[in-house]
Structures are given as C-alpha cells and as structure tokens.
Design a protein around this ligand. Structure first.
Ligand code: FAD
Ligand code: E0Q
Length: 460
C-alpha cells in the first residue's frame, strides 16, 4: 500500500525528529521539503558554541539504524555505564544501568547529531531551506507563510500536508489550535535548569569518570553531568524557581549573582566547584531553561497537518527519553505513511499508536525527577534495586527492571509503565521494613511474579 496522491510532504523544523523523518521519507520515495527557522549549521556555528549533550538509548539507536546512520553517530558517542552518585561527603558510587556493558546509554552532542542527520537527509534527496520560520497557515487553501528572521521578509508556500517537527514551542501547533482547538494544555514544573561546563583536564582528558552520568542528588534539587567526546562535561543544575518558605533551599529567585552561585556550590556541590572554572560566567550568560509537559487531545488536522516529537508531547528531561521518543515517532510516522491508503488514515493511525505511549513516558519522566534528586542515595532505593536485579535473574522473561524496559527495550512505553507499576508494588511489599534480602521468601515472590506479570513476549 502507501498513500495515494502526490507523494509530497512539507516538514516544519529540521531539528532531531525533523531531520530523521526527512531521511526516512526521502528513502521511501517521498518528495520532502523541510523549512527550518535557524541558519545552516554548516555555515555558522550552532548554539553559540556550547556543547549540549543528550543520552541516546536503544529506542533512539534503533531509529538511527533504520535511517542508516547509527554507526556514524556511535563513533562520537561516549558510553555511560550507570549513574555516578555523588554524596554530600564527596563519596562516589556507580549504580549500573544494566547487567553489563551491553546495557549502557550513550552521550551524544546535540549539534553534531543534528548535523549528521541533516547531511544524511540531503544526501537522501530532501530539500532543506534554512532561515524559514513558520508564521501562519491557511489549512483550507493549503498555503503557509514563512519569515526570514534576518530581514523579516515573508515567503509564501503551497503544501499538501505539513508535518510539525518544530519542537516544544511549535508554531504549527499554535496554528492548529487557532484553527480547530486541539485541546492544548501545558503544565510547567516549578523548577528550571542552567547548563554549565567542566573543561578537559589541563593535559587533556576527562576530569571525572567519563563513562557515567554523574548525579549530585540533594533532595529537592540536583546537578547532573554528561561527558562529551572531547573531554568536557555538560553540567545541568536543576533548582526550584522559588524555595518553600523557611526551607533554606536555594532557588532561581534566591541565587541570582555569580557570588551567590559560588556560595551554593561551596555548600552543596563542593567536589564539583573546582571543576567548573567559568561558573559565574556560565551562570550569568544564559537565562534558566523552563521545564514542562505538553498535552494535546489531538495531534492531527484531517489530511493537512500532524505533529510529532516535542511539538506533540514535550516532556520533562528526567528520563533522558525526549529525543529517543521523538525518533521513535519519526519511524512510526514513516511506517504509517507506507501502510495506509490516505494521509488522513496514516495520521490517525500514527496518533492512535503513539499518543498513549507519549503520555506514559511523560508520566515516567515526571516521576523520575523525584527519584533522581531524592531517592538514588537512599538505602530503601538501593535495596529495591538489588531485589529488582535478583528477580530479573530468576524470572528474566517476566520481571524486567523498569529502567531496562524504558531504556534498553522497545516495548511500548505504556506497557512498560503498566508493568512497572505492578513490579513497584511487589518490590515495595517485599522490602518493607527490611535492611537486606536475608531470609526473603523467594517462593512467595515467585508466585506473585507468575500471577501478576505475564511473560513479556506474549503481551507485546
Ligand atoms: P527540537 O530538537 O527542538 O527541534 C525543533 C526544530 O524546529 C529546531 O531546529 C527549531 O529551530 C525548529 N523550529 C522551531 N520553530 C520553528 C518554526 N516556527 N519554523 C521552522 N522551524 C522551527 N532527550 C533525550 O532523549 N535524552 C536526553 O538526555 C535529553 N536531555 C535533555 C535535557 C534537557 C535540559 C532538555 C531541555 C531536553 C532534553 N532531552 C533529552 C529532550 C530532547 O532535547 C527533545 O525531546 C528533542 O530535542 C525533541 O526533538 P524535536 O525534533 O521534537 O525538537
Ligand atoms: C538517563 C539518561 C537530563 C537527564 C537525562 C538522562 C537521565 C537523567 C536523570 C537526566 C535517567 C536516569 N537519565 O539516570 O535514570 O538515564 O538521560 Cl536528569
């Protein structure tokens, strides 16, 4: 099968989802035109020279594989075996993500990744127009206006369908809301983030363990750091916007100047402070980033437009799955376009398949903030993790740890969430009031696992 009519599609946004989708569709014979607000990264540096990195996991790798560029991306990726948890006393503890190095995640440069995807998109035959910001859409007439932000000049185009890959602040979504009211709701967290940099060691090389995602959990706030292949780390500090009255906690309202951020690091992250020589400068140069979840009732308007990636379901970053999910969306949409006779049917099938899964990872990402900032250094958490791994060993086809289902498998996120909830109950009940696994009733646990968790392969 495959959609009838002119095999032409117009993509809005050449970010992560957009450039990957452009590759997949071009390779399948669609005529693809992409409009991107920013300039061509090959001509002018990206993101003011900062390296921002992202954790790439199996869902994302699988999508890159489908587009034929996994190998190219993995060449520059840095393996992260687990979380390195930094205590207040300077202690460090590595918590492995999986059973061995075959279960690891990978730190990749956002800008390098985007560039590789763009190049592959053009090589596959897609046309990418830079400096074209979507401004307004007339869905009935099939026309849209784009603006070149260098000279504010409008450029009008015709389209048969628009695929919205224009990120969390999507202009296409705003136009869909204006036209038809697609049930948009945003929930901002009362927390924001700042990015800081750890440079390489004086003689070159990494200043802290490269093969880990570093976390400094501090209860209601935290810091993380991900490695870059050139020896730097990108540090992200997550803080509340306002502290609870009387808590004495830092917040973006109370930590304003360079001196105040230094005092915060001296108190709460003393081992990280000497690693960040430009702390004050990094702090003052960029405003805090917002964190929120975006929910929509509908992702598509007939056969005229559909949203994917952050434009459809922006989420908080605490599971490291936003890009992975956006890539999974791109593959699902390309598949739906092949499998359905009309664009409208393809968009509807894509939405029906992906919306419950996006909602599930959005919920899991929100939960993971509390886990990361408050629980990873807690004895109860570590005991539950120990039991989780033991149950996986005893019942590998039934009891698969939550993190593994999300990160190292491609089962639908909604199924991962459903099974995680059952597993969490089993873990909490079995570890209640315990300090270790001595004398635990493995037979009762086995019965519980068999009753409550069907074999994973059968439920997919
Ligand atoms: P984007 O990558 O934002 O791309 C949107 C593109 O559209 C951009 O190129 C933009 O310039 C363009 N655009 C915007 N408006 C217009 C317009 N009007 N007209 C034309 N073009 C337009 N995800 C992970 O998987 N792992 C992580 O470790 C991770 N860490 C994160 C850490 C932080 C602090 C944050 C904020 C996010 C993180 N994410 C992570 C999430 C990830 O960044 C996003 O989910 C991902 O970028 C979504 O891809 P996208 O293509 O939908 O949007
Ligand atoms: C990952 C990898 C921004 C960010 C990205 C991430 C993760 C975290 C905490 C954060 C989750 C985890 N995690 O370690 O459980 O796995 O991507 Cl804050």
């Amino acid at each position: 099968m495959g959609c009838e009519g002119p095999r032409e599609l117009t993509l809005v946004g050449a970010g992560l989802a957009g450039s990957l989708l452009a590759i997949l569709l071009s390779r399948r014979g669609w005529k693809v035109t992409v409009y991107e607000r920013r300039g061509d990264p090959r001509i002018k540096g990206y993101e003011s020279g900062r390296s921002i990195n992202l954790a790439l996991a199996e869902r994302g790798r699988h999508a890159l594989r489908a587009a034929g560029i996994e190998e190219r991306v993995m060449r520059q990726a840095v393996m992260m075996r687990g979380r390195m948890v930094h205590g207040r006393d300077g202690s460090q503890q590595l918590q492995r993500y999986g059973r061995d190095d075959s279960e690891a995640i990978w730190s990749v440069h956002r800008a390098d990744l985007n560039l590789s995807l763009l190049q592959a998109a053009e090589r596959a035959g897609a046309t990418v127009h830079f400096h074209r910001r979507l401004h307004t859409v007339d869905f009935d007439a099939g026309t849209a206006r784009l603006i070149d932000d260098r000279d504010d000049q409008p450029h009008d185009i015709r389209f048969s369908a628009l695929l919205g890959c224009d990120g969390a602040g999507s202009a296409l979504r705003a136009e869909m809301v204006r036209k038809a009211g697609i049930g948009e709701r945003s929930e901002f967290l009362d927390h924001s983030y700042k990015e800081l940099t750890i440079p390489p060691a004086p003689g070159g090389g990494f200043r802290i363990e490269p093969h880990a995602l570093h976390i400094w959990p501090r209860g209601r706030y935290m810091c993380i750091a991900l490695p870059n292949d050139e020896g730097t780390f990108t540090v992200t500090l997550f803080l509340p916007n306002h502290a609870a009255p009387g808590s004495g906690d830092p917040s973006f309202a109370s930590v304003r100047s360079g001196a105040e951020v230094r005092a915060l690091f001296e108190r709460d992250f003393p081992d990280a402070l000497p690693l960040i020589p430009d702390l004050e400068h990094d702090w003052e140069r960029h405003p805090p980033g917002l964190l929120g979840t975006l929910y929509l009732d509908r992702w598509h308007l007939g056969d005229k437009a559909v949203l994917l990636g952050d434009a459809a379901h922006a989420m908080v970053p605490f599971h490291g799955q936003g890009m992975n999910c956006a890539f999974e969306d791109s593959v699902a949409l390309a598949d739906a376009l092949d499998a359905n006779p009309t664009l409208e049917r393809a968009f509807a099938a894509f939405e029906a398949q992906r919306k419950p899964n996006a909602a599930a990872i959005q919920a899991m990402a929100l939960e993971n903030y509390i886990e990361m900032r408050d629980r990873v250094d807690d004895p109860d958490f570590l005991l539950q993790r120990e039991l989780e791994l033991a149950l996986q060993q005893r019942h590998p086809d039934r009891f698969v740890p939550h993190y593994t289902m999300v990160t190292f498998m491609r089962i639908p996120y909604a199924l991962a969430l459903e099974r995680s909830e059952v597993q969490r109950e089993i873990l909490t009940e079995a570890t209640h009031g315990r300090r270790d696994l001595q004398g635990i009733d493995w037979e009762a646990l086995a019965r519980s696992v068999h009753e409550r968790l069907p074999v994973l392969g059968e439920t997919q």
